[in-house]
Design a protein around this ligand. Structure first.
Ligand code: B1M
Length: 224
């Protein structure tokens, strides 16, 4: 198995690092954090680690959960393992000294605790030269309103992973408009789609984090 595959396997197994006791058969062995560092040292591009190990691993975790093979604690361990790897590649995906080309306010909507995808979008946007104000998870409409008032030129980004919480994107957009706030809004997350974006009058939708940079640039007139 090559390093990319080994990292992916460790995400699936939820093994964070060599100090982690879980899963017992991997205790003491390098985990995602250590292996991602090895991959960086071997000059494997951060984007390849992200897509082919971390995200690919989480997709399999999702399938296992759907199939009833994995439960919430398993997903949580995998999420922690993935985050430990993301922390290492984050600085590499950011262009730290660049002048900010715009502001994006981002949050996972009310009722939704999933933040891995939202954090990736934040990282990509920061890497693309944007200042990102991260409202975190479980963000109620009032917090989007407050941020939109403070940053009138900002694009607002909403993430939702659950079919039950995607409605809160609609509610949040309606709340912004009812308060006279015309910030452009983009949505994303496994539960969202272009069709849903059109239905709730969002200004844009992307399926993945990398495309969010182009989308936001387009919305502020910096890309065709
Ligand atoms: Co949950 N979960 N989860 N979960 N979880 C899903 C989403 C699920 C699809 C699993 C499944 O059934 N196969 C399912 C939702 C089903 C549905 O609604 N249709 C589900 C469920 C049911 C639940 C609970 C209800 C389980 C329970 O308690 N019974 C519960 C809900 C908690 C809550 O939010 N209120 C729950 C809990 C959790 C954990 C806390 C254990 C953990 C989250 C930890 C964390 O985020 N800190 C978790 C996880 C890890 C997952 C899966 C396995 C992985 C999600 C993930 O991080 N993917 C997930 C299955 C899956 O998606 N395959 C699942 C990797 C990430 C990079 O992808 O977030 O899609 P994603 O982001 C992508 C794009 O969507 C896009 O860019 C990202 C990168 O390219 N994107 C945007 C995301 N946001 C964007 C915003 C943008 C643009 C693009 O613009 C603003």
């Amino acid at each position: 198995m090559n390093l990319i595959e080994v990292i992916k396997e460790n995400v699936i197994r939820g093994h964070t690092d060599s100090n982690a006791k879980y899963p017992p058969d991997l205790a003491g062995k390098p985990g995602v954090k250590d292996l991602v560092q090895n991959a960086i040292d071997e000059m494997i591009p951060a984007s390849q680690i992200l897509n082919e190990s971390l995200i690919a691993g989480m997709e399999i975790v999702g399938s296992k959960f759907s199939a009833g093979e994995y439960f919430v604690p398993d997903m949580l361990l995998s999420a922690q393992a993935m985050k430990s790897g993301m922390q290492i590649i984050e600085p590499l995906l950011k262009s730290e000294d660049s002048k900010k080309i715009g502001t994006v306010v981002i949050g996972t909507v009310k009722g939704d605790m999933h933040d891995i995808g939202k954090n990736l979008v934040r990282m990509m946007l920061e890497g693309g030269g944007f200042e990102v104000i991260d409202l975190g998870i479980n963000t109620p409409p009032e917090k989007f309103i407050e941020a939109a008032k403070k940053y009138p030129d900002a694009i607002i980004g909403m993430s939702a992973l659950l079919t039950t919480t995607m409605e809160n994107m609609r509610i949040s957009i309606e709340a912004l408009r009812a308060n006279g706030l015309n910030n452009k809004v983009i949505i994303g997350g496994a539960a969202a789609s272009q069709k849903f974006a059109d239905e709730i009058h969002a200004d844009g939708f992307t399926r993945d984090a990398a495309q969010s940079v182009q989308l936001v640039k387009r919305l502020i007139g910096l890309a065709a």
